[in-house]
Design a protein around this ligand. Structure first.
Ligand code: K1U
Ligand code: ZN
Length: 167
């Protein structure tokens, strides 16, 4: 994905904002210019915030759009670097029984990192930025980011998934 110099850095909703608790709406017209602009702005906002993912509700748009952009980082030195992928209407069709614990942070939850149990592998179907339907399988850190971002589309934050006995 090219960095669009005209893209805007958008404000990021913080825990407690109503938009983060809503179930986001399906994207009806993936190629509509307003959707394409939103994707560019989400990309710019994610880069500016140094994130590895972002979901449209985090920028106050209750739409089913996520961006996934794994890169190696101190917590996940073996994470694969990838071109950011925009996914519209993502549906996780299959989760592995194998789970794994891994540290997460969230651009919408300041100063909090915690270990969250997620499926190690998954299959996801989504519409890409060209309007094509794609099915892909992911594992490890990329699968974790996808689960975290799809949670945002369903009004769930990673802190909602923490085991209260461990807090
Ligand atoms: O959706 C978001 O709030 C973005 C979030 C994505 C995410 C990070 C870690 C695990 C799952 C999903 C972030 O990018 S938080 C900031 C960050 O870059 C980071 C935090 C922990 C580990 C690695 C990266
Ligand atoms: Zn988040």
């Amino acid at each position: 994905m090219l960095v669009n110099t005209e893209a805007k850095i958008l404000p990021i909703a913080q825990q407690g904002e109503a938009v983060l608790a809503q179930v986001a709406q399906l994207v009806i017209d993936p190629l509509h210019p307003s959707i394409q602009t939103l994707i560019q702005d989400m990309h710019a906002t994610m880069l500016a915030a140094n994130g590895v993912g972002i979901a449209a509700p985090q920028v106050f748009q209750s739409l089913r759009i996520i961006m996934v952009a794994s890169r190696p980082n101190p917590r996940y030195p073996d994470a694969p670097p990838m071109e950011p992928i925009a996914m519209m209407n993502p549906e996780i069709n299959w989760y592995s029984d194998e789970m794994c614990l891994g540290e997460e942070g969230c651009l919408s939850v300041a100063n909090t990192r915690a270990s969250v149990a997620r499926a190690e592998r998954l299959k996801v179907t989504y519409i890409n930025q060209q309007g094509e339907t794609v099915e892909s399988e992911y594992s490890g850190f990329v699968a974790r980011i996808i689960q975290h971002e799809v949670d945002h589309l369903n009004g769930v934050l990673f802190v909602d998934r923490l085991d209260p006995d461990l807090m």
